[in-house]
Design a protein around this ligand. Structure first.
Ligand code: SAH
Length: 350
């Protein structure tokens, strides 16, 4: 079955040409798909015969709300979507003064194995298609009735491990006839896949790259993030420097502050040394506790921040949203899996 939502407008034009349809049909269908149509039948400006043909030959992805949790603290909404094949992914809608931000998933599960993260506990099941990433934006907007102005690729999955689909998603969501969200309103977060960062740099997109650093030294980082065992901190930072030089875009470094693991003064000093000579910004994230992990949030986030600032590094502490609704990284999917299937394999994490 052909999946039209993952196609660019130009590809749709070629597709409809082959069906012997006028070119403007592509624009009509693109508009319907990107504004949340749930069936071909409702595309009322298409001839009936064409609607029937599309119904028979094409797959239309429509995620269903499996769970919706609304934070009483700050109005953050967390969606657990059920996809066509029964898998689930999460999306979070956050309300900020400057507009609504949606945090989308790029894969079902994740293979990166970061020890503090709930998304990776069961490994990666599969990549999301471009249309399925886009659906999270479209249907969050449709369900909430709120215009979404910003996107962060910080949900379940490693976006650069699903590079081609994520890029295609960016092209689609950016399109003026679709969601029309500007690249400068999009952030992409990676655990640091250096070859893919280089590849991204070549495209010169105006999005913001966030790099999940979480430790300034190889020993600590490799313990927290297995990905570091292959690519150490030094090579990662060289790659980041190159990214900035090529794109002119500052990188934002994510640093989840963990009690007794990466929150010492000495580590702040080391982090500052690492960032010397390159414009960047550190985002300190109070660790969200994950039931399966012994790691605890740091009690000295402010001291860590001040220490960094003392070295001239700009560091902000991320405001915690949705603390009452399992709003961080894969926790809702994880809980739903455990509840559905009490025999979900428990091995594989320590
Ligand atoms: N795979 C991408 C996107 C993941 S999630 C990446 O690694 O960047 C977005 C951010 O949340 C990452 O910085 C990730 O390391 C962080 N994160 C994951 N679990 C967390 C937790 N329990 N507490 C705080 N931050 C967490």
């Amino acid at each position: 079955m052909t999946e039209l939502k993952s196609m660019t407008l130009e590809e749709l034009e070629a597709y409809f040409k082959e069906l012997g349809q006028p070119k403007f049909r592509a624009g009509q269908v693109f508009g319907w798909l990107h504004h949340g149509a749930e069936s071909f039948g409702e595309m009322s400006n298409l001839p009936r015969a064409l609607r029937e043909r599309l119904e028979a030959e094409c797959l239309l992805t429509v995620p269903r709300v499996e769970r919706r949790q609304v934070s009483r603290l700050d109005g953050t909404v967390k969606y657990l979507w059920r996809l066509g094949d029964g898998n689930c992914v999460e999306t979070v809608l956050m309300r900020y003064k400057h507009g609504n931000t949606v945090c989308v998933s790029s894969q079902v599960g994740c293979n990166m194995g970061c020890v503090f993260c709930a998304s990776t506990l069961g490994g990666k099941v599969r990549d999301l298609t471009p249309g399925e990433i886009l659906d999270q934006v479209i249907f969050t907007e449709k369900d909430s009735g709120e215009r979404i102005s910003n996107i962060v690729l910080m949900g379940i999955g490693e976006p650069l491990d699903n590079f081609d689909h994520v890029l295609r998603f960016l092209t689609l969501v950016n399109h003026p006839k679709g969601m029309n969200i500007g690249m400068r309103h999009i952030s992409l977060s990676t655990c640091g896949l250096v070859k893919k960062i280089d590849k991204l740099a070549q495209l010169g997109l105006q999005l913001t790259l966030s790099v999940s650093l979480h430790a300034p030294d190889d020993e600590t980082r490799s313990r927290l993030m297995p990905v570091n065992r292959a690519v150490g901190v030094e090579l990662l930072m060289d790659t980041c420097r190159r990214y900035f030089e090529t794109t002119g875009r500052r990188i934002s470094y994510e640093y989840a502050v963990i009690d007794g693991v990466n929150d010492g003064d000495e580590q702040a000093d080391r982090l500052a040394r690492l960032l010397r000579g390159q414009p960047g910004h550190v985002n300190l994230i109070p660790l969200n506790e994950v039931a399966e992990s012994p790691l605890k949030p740091s009690r000295r986030v402010r001291q860590f921040q001040r220490r960094l600032e003392g070295h001239g590094v700009t560091a902000t502490v991320r405001r915690k949203l949705g603390g009452d609704i399992d709003a961080s990284c894969g926790q809702l999917r994880r809980r739903s899996m455990l509840e559905r299937d009490a025999s979900f394999p428990e091995e594989g994490f320590s």
